[in-house]
Design a binder for this molecule. Structure first.
Ligand code: SAM
Length: 229
């Protein structure tokens, strides 16, 4: 059984997708998808030996060797053209790490633009959305959920032929989450409001001379207040 977070990601993977799960750790997500006959094939990529070994042993003990290929490597470098990957999941890392993995994948052309990206940044959602928008991706779906007192966001993106433009506010809150505000969304931003107010007080107290930094924090606080009214 998957955790609520991984289950929400699994539910977004289209049936019969050829999946690359990057940073797969134990390999739970591709194993669940294949065992439940949702997908025929997956690459599970891992850059660290320990998780790579545990994904391999899960795949072996579940007899999935011909359906899940566990590969050791950095980011999207584990993908080859003959894999015909059409969905990439990258979950449970910071948004800036996910962004770097995608950028490097774009540089090496292992990210072709044909794939649906299902991303679950633990933090740094803004940074990731900004990269997606710049790289020509449109955000087609977003979810927010809570598990064990932690709030997670999932972002689904596909490359668009026409330019996508999002406002700063949309990149910050999530264009789709903003349209469809849930209790958990409010809970997240209530906490973030308190955190930013604390940060602002700290900046002022420390005699921060970077006025731009203060203004940016103030602007975000304004947005959060508007949202929470
Ligand atoms: N994706 C799983 C999930 O959401 O539950 C595992 C998340 S785990 C916290 C993050 C995993 O990403 C770790 O196993 C780590 O070794 C792996 N990782 C970090 N950077 C990576 C990279 N550049 N390429 C591949 N895997 C990476």
């Amino acid at each position: 059984k998957l955790s609520a977070r991984l289950q929400a990601i699994a539910d977004l993977v289209p049936k019969n997708a050829r999946l690359a799960d990057i940073g797969s750790d134990h390999g739970y997500l591709p194993a669940w998808l294949v065992l439940n006959k949702k997908i025929p094939f997956a690459v599970a990529g891992e850059v660290v030996e320990g998780p790579y070994a545990s994904a391999r042993s899960l795949v072996a003990s579940s007899n999935l060797q011909d359906k899940i290929d566990v590969r050791l490597g950095d980011g999207l470098e584990v993908i080859t053209a003959s894999d015909n990957i059409d969905v990439i999941t990258i979950a449970g890392m910071g948004g800036s790490l996910i962004r770097e993995i995608l950028q490097r994948g774009q540089d090496t052309e292992q990210l072709t633009g044909q794939e649906t990206l299902i991303l679950q940044p633990n933090v740094g959602e803004y940074t990731l959305r900004r990269w997606l928008a710049k790289a020509g991706y449109g955000i087609i779906h977003e979810e927010i959920l809570k598990e064990d007192d932690k709030i997670y966001e999932i972002i689904v993106a596909v490359k668009k032929s026409d330019a996508c433009s999002y406002s700063q506010k949309e990149l910050f809150f999530g264009p789709i989450l903003l349209e469809n505000q849930t209790e958990i969304f409010y809970e997240k931003w209530q906490k973030q409001l308190e955190k930013h107010q604390y940060i602002l007080a700290g900046l002022k107290k420390a005699g921060q001379r970077d006025q731009e930094k203060i203004s940016r924090t103030e602007e975000k606080i304004e947005w959060m207040k508007e949202l929470l009214i």
